[in-house]
Design a protein around this ligand. Structure first.
Ligand code: MG
Length: 275
């Protein structure tokens, strides 16, 4: 049987009837979302289009009630911007940097090399400009607070892993009460960026390694971990997790993950933890 999940609280009578006829089963109202089990293999792209909401199939062996850890990417996943592109904007070179970011997130460039290249372009920028990006431009994606509150209430740990920068992950950790963070440290000298990353580059491999280390430390199995992201450098960690969530992600990422959210906010992840 396939476990279908519909990430919407609002289904019209007409859509309810459509679902019943397509799936051969009645959708069950789960207070915030709908689910049903069906032996039929339905083309998800068609039903998503018809219902205008996110529809997913959960992996057979996934049990949301067993999840103890959520590992999420930061830029364009937990938050709505790519921090490095906004930092570049402070130097008037946003288009140059964002073109590289975009290609890296599609998986067309080596992430580590492209990050060093982009950070080098930021050399000389006063640190206060990073604070401006945080204060003026960094916004949480819709549903972030709901999701984080639910994780806190449920005792599920939350790790923020980012190919971005500790300047931002540290602030979000304090503000949101996150359990773990991992990101790159921008080199700073005399109050300005050096154009280098201090220490090892945090990329796809480091994200996956942190997921494994935290699972080991918490004494849990990979099927008790949800990993979420939007870019190619999230795929390694997503491969290991019991459930991978592509959040408003690149097509190459969507093709390789268990579920995808393209309409709903981050709190739709709560649905999969409850089902
Ligand atoms: Mg991202």
């Amino acid at each position: 049987m396939n476990k279908y999940i519909f990430h919407t609280s609002d289904i019209s009578n007409k859509d309810f009837e459509l679902m019943t006829s397509v799936f051969g089963a009645d959708p069950e109202d789960k207070d915030g979302f709908y689910s049903l089990q069906s032996a039929k293999n339905i083309d998800l792209s068609v039903i998503r289009e018809q219902l205008q909401c996110d529809v997913n199939i959960l992996p057979d062996n996934f049990d949301g009630g067993q999840v103890r850890l959520l590992v999420t990417d930061m830029d364009s996943t937990l938050i709505s911007i790519e921090c490095i592109d906004e930092i570049a904007d402070m130097l008037g070179i946003k288009s140059k940097v964002s073109a590289i970011t975009e290609a890296a997130m599609r998986g067309e460039l080596d992430f580590e090399a492209s990050l060093m290249q982009r950070v080098a372009l930021l050399k000389g920028l006063p640190v206060e400009q990073l604070q401006r990006v945080y204060d003026e431009r960094l916004k949480l994606n819709p549903g972030a607070e709901n999701l984080i509150n639910y994780l806190h209430e449920s005792g599920i740990k939350l790790a923020l892993v980012s190919g971005g920068f500790t300047f931002f992950t540290d602030k979000l950790k304090d503000r949101l009460g996150l359990d773990y963070t991992l990101a790159n440290t921008l080199g700073i000298e005399n109050g300005c960026l050096t154009g280098n990353v201090d220490g090892d580059i945090i990329g796809a491999q480091s994200k996956a390694e942190l997921l494994l280390k935290l699972s080991h430390d918490l004494g849990i199995e990979p099927h008790q971990v949800v990993a979420m992201g939007d870019g190619a450098n999230d795929l390694l960690m997503m491969d290991i997790a019991g459930l991978s969530v592509a959040y408003h992600a690149k097509p190459t990422v969507q093709e390789q993950t268990h579920i995808q959210l393209n309409v709903a906010g981050l709190d739709a992840v709560i649905d999969v933890l409850k089902v």
